[in-house]
Write a protein that binds this ligand. Sequence first.
Ligand code: ASP
Length: 315
Amino acid sequence: MAKEYGLVLHGGAGTLVKDEMTAEKERMYRSALLRALSAGEEVLKNNGDALDAVIVTVKVLEQEPLFNAGVGAVMTHEGVHELDASLMEGKERKAAAVCAVRRIESPISLCRMVMDSEFVMLNGEGAEQFAKEQGVPVVSNSHFTTTLRKEQLEEAKKNNRVQLDHTDNREKYGTVGAVAIDKNGTLAAATSTGGMTNKRYGRIGDSALIGSGTWADNRNCAVSATGYGEFFIRSAVASRIASMMEYGGLSLADAGFKVINHEVGDIGGDGGVISIDKDGNIACPFNSEGMYRAWVKEGTTLTTAIFTDDAVAHE
Ligand code: ASP
């Protein structure tokens, strides 16, 4: 029996404190979220795969300078961009990830190619070599740079703030991601990020890690995470939600709530996830002040939300 499609995306958690949100900023963020959601929905409407839908959605967000992925990605201590991304589909649990790539315009698209190879995870120059052999043109690292990210790095360095400083809540996590179910009932999840400002030593976050930042399994759910990556890795966030459903009998909403508020929250981490289950239920739990997100289910209106009680249905 054909299933109804559904798509959810995020543009990061905890990126803005409510007091700093102006009407103009809000309009910009909501319309960027809508553009990405509409692009992904188009794929699902036309009987496309969940995998293609999440890739298309994340690609739009990677090109959008407002978010911390692709253009607009944050900078490392050395003043460059190192991008992480991962991708998974739920039918055969095929998965792919790239990390610390510097010259790949769309890390999520490269993940799609890795998925078709014998490997799951490629890093840095090796991943770029693989891309070149697949005919993917490389771009210069400065392609991703924006004035805001340069200023943020300067500020972090000036204050001698370590890369994962927790005190400044501004513009912190702007990772992007998407989860979807298609009309065949296949689930998929995708996540892409620049990581954390002022990161160094080749630091890799949860967004590159299958099981932490990204997970999809047709038996239960698809999840994409955003937040303080170290805590998300230590909590195996995305696959833990799936396991709690599979073996603990929890609903998607209960599993997500427990993992974000207890597994992650209890050890000091913050952030959130977007998730969708095999029946098309959607849950977006977060323990940060906000999480840019948007969702649509077949036959319903596109909805965006940033903080807790501000969902707007866009006619
Ligand atoms: N989770 C990402 C990381 O730790 C950051 C983010 O969500 O923006 O690299």
